[in-house]
Design a binder for this molecule. Structure first.
Ligand SMILES: [Zn+2]
Length: 233
């Protein structure tokens, strides 16, 4: 039998899984660490205090991103495994009913009853669990849960994002530390926004504007709180 034709155009869905985690992680890293640095600087904290706060923010943020991503993806994996186990049991208990259920799914998708039944029969003869997993449960190989990969990707991208404002705080002269961190972080956020929008096929300008706006707002609010605190303490 002739092997199935190779897919020529590459769909963006292939890149969504890890890209989404990477960009969101880097975004969080820049916004939360830059805000922390700006907040401590606004409270008249010296460079040492700013760097301690920034580094602590990087480590804490990377760990919490990893933990959060691991827990959410792991529980997704457990839900998928439980669904597959239930499906396997139903297939063993009543294959006829399962065949009818699958055929009904294909009918709802537009196949006529006779063809739907034949497709269900052939796909179940080929790999019954895979057919039900894909067409009934919506579990496909492409988005299988990988908790460790997701956790590492999130932590790494958070850390990469967080390093940017910290390096800026190290290199900038003390007098211009705050504006340098703000400007540098906003430029990095805009670049990330463009990258994410372009790879995901979304409007580039809107993508860049969105992340830059929220980043600026977060830094402004934290600087305000820092200034308030600095004046009182
Ligand atoms: Zn089923």
């Amino acid at each position: 039998m002739r092997p199935p034709a190779r897919h020529r155009e590459q769909h963006r869905t292939d890149r969504i899984g890890w890209l989404r985690a990477a960009v969101l992680g880097a975004n969080d890293g820049i916004v939360s660490t830059a805000s922390l640095v700006v907040g401590v600087a606004a409270a008249d904290g010296g460079r040492a205090a700013v760097l301690v706060a920034g580094t602590a923010g990087l480590v804490a943020g990377a760990m919490s991103m990893a933990a959060g991503e691991y827990v959410s993806v792991k529980s997704q994996a457990e839900t998928e495994a439980a669904d597959l186990a239930r499906e396997r049991a139903e297939l063993a208990a009543d294959p006829e009913a399962e065949r009818a259920e699958l055929a009904a799914i294909y009918e709802r998708r537009g196949l006529d009853p006779g063809l739907a039944r034949r497709v269900a029969e052939q796909l179940m003869a080929h790999d019954a669990l895979a057919a039900h997993a894909r067409d009934e449960l919506g579990i496909s190989e492409v988005v299988a849960a990988r908790p460790i990969q997701a956790a590492l990707a999130s932590a790494a991208s958070f850390a990469v994002g967080a390093v940017l404002p910290i390096v800026t705080a190290v290199l900038a002269p003390a007098a211009t530390l705050m504006p340098a961190v703000i400007a540098g972080s906003l430029v990095c956020l805009a670049v990330l926004g463009v990258l994410a929008a372009r790879t995901g096929g979304a409007p580039v300008a809107a993508g860049a504007l969105r992340v830059t706006f929220w980043g600026a707002l977060a830094m402004a609010v934290t600087a305000g709180v820092g200034r308030l605190f600095g004046a009182r303490v």
